[in-house]
Design a protein around this ligand. Structure first.
Ligand code: FAD
Ligand code: NAD
Length: 404
């Protein structure tokens, strides 16, 4: 590749970064630009499946896709390294093992758990952030079961699983736990009644974005399968034993404590001195960082303003993929002196799984789903994501089977 071509550097191979790279290879000729994709690992993972990895209901490998299988390494230079800092005044990215310069930058480094400064949370609670942290949770839970009948110091609380936050991640995770716990009880000869799954939520309801009837359906379905809810109970601290909850500072003890109370953008943003609003960067409607001509920030690293609702769009994979399509088009426009496109979100709806065969959803402009139809829709969405990345072969290799 000649060195005088403009260099586009994409940071992160999640939904946003990977889609940008793939789109660019289709829209630009090799002569038009050099494309570089930087990612911590040599694999992409389906972040939307991490609750399943964390509960142990799927194998971590099912959620991973080798990047070189879905991005042509002859068109995109692949660098597997961690981004440490972006020096925008020098148009340079500092990696753990080298440095890179760029003409155009796409920041797509995704999310990290947000503990909102709650004392002890980052020290004592697990978080669902990536493949490694999610696998750690499932292995920790399994270890608690394996230990229970073989360690005289094991208490019943060691079998309890405490989940902080009943947003999408918390609810999808306890839904998977409701599937996994009976399997573990059988495997390790533990009485099911000894295991508690407790989900603590500060707000007066779980999943406030859904209508009340769907929320009631979800709560009943999960409670029927042994999930206990503590609603309207803010967690003020996490200790090595569990959460301190509510006005009377009750300590709820558990052998496994997982925080699913919210996310923020990659810490690289703050380390690079970028102006942050609630842990993310505000972008203009063309998805460029405010005040920057050549830096796009997309996916869970940025806030994109929803003019109709007068608030930012919630960060989702659906949003990240659609943003990537606009960024690829806008990079093409910048290289060819064309007009930039404004991002408009096309909301296809939302589905939350409640375990393998159950779920709730709001799709196709407010059509409500619950039960097996919602679970089936979730699997269609999951398989579609694989299809867009690697076609039918990838769906056959890693896809989700029909639930019934
Ligand atoms: P990510 O998917 O987080 O990808 C970031 C990439 O950057 C990763 O490959 C990571 O390894 C890499 N990276 C991170 N830091 C560095 C670094 N310093 N250096 C190099 N590489 C780095 N959304 C939906 O629309 N539908 C769903 O059903 C859904 N389910 C979800 C379930 C769970 C359990 C969770 C946690 C989230 C879910 N979401 C869902 C939200 C969705 O996963 C995120 O909005 C989406 O992953 C954002 O995509 P992204 O590309 O911005 O970031
Ligand atoms: P979230 O912010 O949506 O939910 C966090 C929950 O934790 C909230 O209900 C909040 O009230 C609660 N919480 C916060 N502080 C608390 C405290 N101190 N004590 C008790 N409860 C507390 O975060 P999330 O669930 O991690 O989701 C992150 C993003 O990912 C969202 O935008 C979501 O839409 C997306 N997501 C989507 C799906 C899906 O579409 N199926 C699944 C998972 C995540």
């Amino acid at each position: 590749m000649s060195s005088n071509k403009p260099k586009i550097v994409i940071l992160g191979a999640g939904y946003a970064g990977l889609t940008t790279a793939r789109r660019l290879t289709k829209q630009l000729t090799p002569e038009q630009a050099e494309i570089v994709l930087v990612n911590k690992h040599n694999y992409h993972y389906e972040s939307t499946w991490l609750h399943e990895v964390a509960a142990g209901t799927i194998n971590p490998n099912q959620a991973r896709v080798m990047i070189s299988d879905v991005v042509n390494p002859n068109r995109v230079r692949l660098i597997y390294d961690s981004v440490v800092e972006i020096k925008k005044d020098d148009q340079t990215v500092v990696l753990e093992n080298s440095e890179l310069t760029y003409d155009y930058l796409v920041v797509a480094l995704g999310f990290e758990s947000n503990d909102f400064g709650i004392k002890g949370m980052s020290d004592y609670a697990f978080a669902i952030e990536d493949i490694d942290t999610s696998r750690l949770i499932s292995e920790h839970i399994e270890y608690q079961f394996a230990k229970y009948n073989n360690d005289e110091n094991a208490t019943e609380e060691s079998l309890h699983i405490l989940v902080g936050g009943a947003g999408f991640t918390g609810i999808e995770f306890v839904g998977e736990l409701a599937e996994r716990v009976p399997e573990l009880c059988k495997k390790y000869d533990v009485d099911r009644s000894k295991v508690r799954i407790i989900n603590v939520e500060a707000a007066p309801s779980i999943l406030p974005m859904f209508d009340k009837d769907l929320v009631s359906y979800a709560m009943k379905s999960l409670e029927d399968r042994g999930v206990e809810f503590r609603i309207g109970a803010p967690i003020s601290e996490c200790t090595p034993e569990g959460f301190i909850v509510g006005e009377d500072n009750e300590l709820i003890k558990a052998g496994t404590v997982v925080w699913t109370g919210g996310v923020k953008g990659s810490s690289v943003l703050g380390n690079s001195g970028f102006e942050l609003v609630k842990g993310k960067v505000n972008v203009d409607s063309d998805l460029r960082m405010q005040g920057e001509e050549n830096i796009f920030v997309i996916g869970d690293c940025s806030w994109v303003w929803n003019k109709e609702a007068d608030r930012p769009y919630p960060p989702t994979a659906q949003l990240a993929v659609q943003e990537a399509a606009v960024v690829a088009a806008n990079l093409n426009a910048l290289l060819t002196n064309g007009p930039l496109t404004e991002f408009v979100f096309d909301d296809k709806g939302t589905v939350a799984s409640l375990g393998v065969n159950d779920g709730i959803g709001n799709v196709f402009s407010n059509y409500k789903l619950s039960g097996k139809s919602a679970a089936a829709m979730k699997k269609v969405v999951d398989n579609r994501s694989l299809y867009l990345m690697g076609g039918p072969k990838l769906v056959l290799k890693k896809g989700k089977v029909r639930p019934f």
